[in-house]
Design a protein around this ligand. Structure first.
Ligand code: ADP
Ligand code: TZD
Ligand code: MG
Length: 583
């Protein structure tokens, strides 16, 4: 934009100079670096353009996006993958608002993230005198963030960053907003004095040890179970105590269900994995231990027919044990008989030291009943997957993806859409922890390319993204970013010509709101920026395209042409759709 950027003391511009003076820009960079926060997902402009340049010059990795929402989603998932707050950097008002969706998403999903936005002059904003990009950003961020702070003076930058870090990662993680007004960046300070104001946060996410009596109560209850079940949620994946969780599952012999992003915590092919018998184990189980999973809509609120209740509001007969860092989570939907409050690492370790002295495996009838259901369902699915219809459908395409993921278990799997999400979740097995990242608690569309970029940057592994054609559209322009940074991302657009399917007809003769241009070629978008585009109309073409993408590690987009009639409205959650319910 045409307005002059804030002037910075020239001596401070070169971070390597022997200058006695530093400035706000430099202090923000120093505070982040001091705390090991070395990647910024952002989009430059007033007043943070120089912050992005100087951060890069100071050795931080600055990834510049095409839209702040995607930078924000990238930061949020980087937080999930690393247990350090992902940093998203935006300009004021509109850039801030574009980033805000991701901040709310981080808070809702319990991902640590810090949204840092430049803002306009307080004096003008507060008198509402019409400043450039005027907005009271702090007030707007507050209800959507776990915490929100503003720093007015350079000497407070250290404290501001430290508070933001602690708020993001301690207890239940979440999104934190840090407001940095334009005037702050140009403020100068004596370097030595300034250095003293910075804080390297000690123990930002302290362990929270569960009370011994809570541990005992939980295990006593679990011991009484005839049909025990463990549910692993994304909190369990976040905690990064994979071998302890595996020991708990294997040591007790209890069947388990992974929530979507907990898939792979143990390989989905594990003999105790009950995913293929989900609709059998939920209503049948008598004692359920939730580890880092909430009884929200994704688990039908712990009641209703899913859980063996007579009607949709009736409770089943289950008793619940809930392991969670938030002391407020228990009883949020149904009664929790044994809450265990603490960090998952400490809680699982406490369980392990108790069960070391002996644990009776669950009754054989329970295990064999589950196995019977599993075997039948797996056989039914194998039959469906083996078909090769023309045009290709979700199953025949995902059969290929399933093979490729099995052969590349270290690859990151990003997934969004409705049918494209639900079918992928149930068909494509995940073999290692934190390899599957998806739409999360809100079932949000638009996380795709931001997640791909962060996943590639954080893990350096191949990324495979399975995207509905609608879902892809929310962040599609970031294919330029993928190409610019040369990231090893292979996107498969499951192109069924629309939202849920491409066959909807508008009875007034116009276009149905759910349909898109027929036979669109999303692969050409990738070619526009020098990446590889592939149009796949058969499973064989899809397989060839994916194998080549993984071999070359080039940004690749495969337009997978899917039968436009193959999907169902709202995928698996049709019952939540008001009009469909009426029918
Ligand atoms: P899912 O969608 O996979 O079921 P949720 O997002 O609903 O998972 O639940 C995650 C839960 O994990 C949250 O209630 C959160 O408080 C909890 N959590 C996150 N990190 C930890 C941790 N380190 N220790 C204990 N609980 C955690
Ligand atoms: N907007 C946002 C941000 N999130 C949403 N979840 C929606 C809108 C509503 N929505 C869904 O819940 S899924 C979906 C939308 C628009 C897209 C489904 O179409 P798709 O997938 O092409 O991505 P399928 O394979 O055609 O079902
Ligand atoms: Mg679609």
């Amino acid at each position: 934009m045409g307005t002059a950027e804030p002037q910075v003391a020239t001596e401070a511009q070169n971070p390597d100079s022997q200058s006695q003076v530093t400035d706000g820009f430099q202090l923000v960079i120093d505070a982040l670096k001091l705390n090991g926060l070395t990647t910024i997902y952002g989009l430059p402009g007033i007043p943070i353009t120089d912050l992005t340049r100087r951060a890069q010059a100071a050795g931080l990795r600055v990834l510049s996006f095409r839209h702040e929402q995607n930078a924000g989603y990238a930061a949020s998932i980087a937080g999930f993958l690393t247990q350090k707050p992902g940093i998203c950097l935006t300009v004021s008002a509109p850039g801030f608002l574009n980033g805000l969706n991701a901040l709310a998403h981080a808070t809702v999903n319990c991902f640590p993230m810090i949204l840092i936005s430049g803002s306009s002059e307080r004096e003008i904003v507060d008198l509402q005198q019409g400043d450039y990009e005027e907005m009271d950003q702090l007030a707007i961020a507050k209800p959507l963030a776990k915490a929100a702070f503003r720093v007015l003076n350079a000497e407070d930058i250290g404290v501001g960053v430290a508070r933001a870090i602690r708020a993001a990662v301690s207890g239940r993680p979440g999104g934190v907003y840090l407001d940095l007004p334009a005037k702050l960046f140009a403020q100068t300070m004596d370097s030595a004095v300034a250095k003293n104001t910075l804080i390297k946060v000690v123990d930002p996410a302290p362990r929270q040890i569960p009370a011994p009596e809570a541990v005992k109560r939980a295990l006593d209850l679990l011991r009484t179970a005839k049909k025990p079940l463990i549910i692993l949620g994304k909190g369990a994946a976040y905690a990064q105590v994979d071998s302890e969780i595996r020991s708990l599952i294997e040591g007790t012999g209890i069947p388990y269900l992974p929530m979507s992003m907990a898939k792979g915590l143990l390989p989905d092919t594990h003999e105790q994995c009950a995913s293929a018998a989900r609709s059998y184990v939920l209503p049948q189980a008598d004692v359920v231990m939730l580890i880092g999973a909430r009884l929200n809509w994704l688990l039908s609120h712990g009641k209703g027919k899913t859980w063996g209740g007579k009607s949709h509001k009736d409770w089943g007969g289950q008793k619940f044990i809930q392991v969670d860092i938030s002391p407020q989570e228990a009883d949020s939907n149904v009664r929790v008989d044994a809450p265990v409050v603490g960090d998952i690492g400490s809680c699982v370790s406490a369980f392990l030291s108790e069960i070391k002295s002996g644990w009776a495996k669950p009754p054989a009838e329970w295990l064999s009943a589950i196995n019977e259901k599993k075997t039948a369902n797996v056989a039914k699915m194998a039959e469906t997957l083996a078909k090769n219809p023309s045009p290709m459908n979700f199953h025949s395409a995902l059969n290929v993806v399933r093979d490729i993921v099995r052969a590349n278990p270290d690859a990151m799997l990003v997934n969004e859409g409705a049918n494209a999400l639900d079918f992928t979740r149930s068909i494509v097995d995940v073999y290692k922890p934190r390899k599957r990242i998806d739409v999360g608690t809100w079932g949000i569309m638009g996380i795709g390319m931001g997640y791909c970029i962060a996943a590639a940057v954080v893990t350096k592994q191949q990324v495979i993204a399975i995207e509905g054609d609608s879902a892809f559209g929310f962040s599609g322009m970031e294919v330029e970013t993928l190409c610019r940074y040369g990231l090893p991302v292979c996107i498969i657009v499951m192109n069924n010509n629309g939202i849920y399917k491409g066959t909807d007809i508008d009875t007034t003769g116009g276009l149905a709101p759910t349909v898109f241009v027929k036979n669109a070629r999303y692969d050409k978008l990738m070619e526009a920026f020098g990446g590889v585009g592939v149009n796949a109309t058969t499973p064989a073409e899809l397989r060839k395209g994916m194998e080549e993408a993984i071999r070359s590690r080039k940004p690749t987009l495969i337009n997978a042409v899917i039968d436009e009639a193959a999907g169902t409205e709202s995928g698996r959650i049709t019952s939540l759709n008001p009009s469909a319910k009426k029918k």
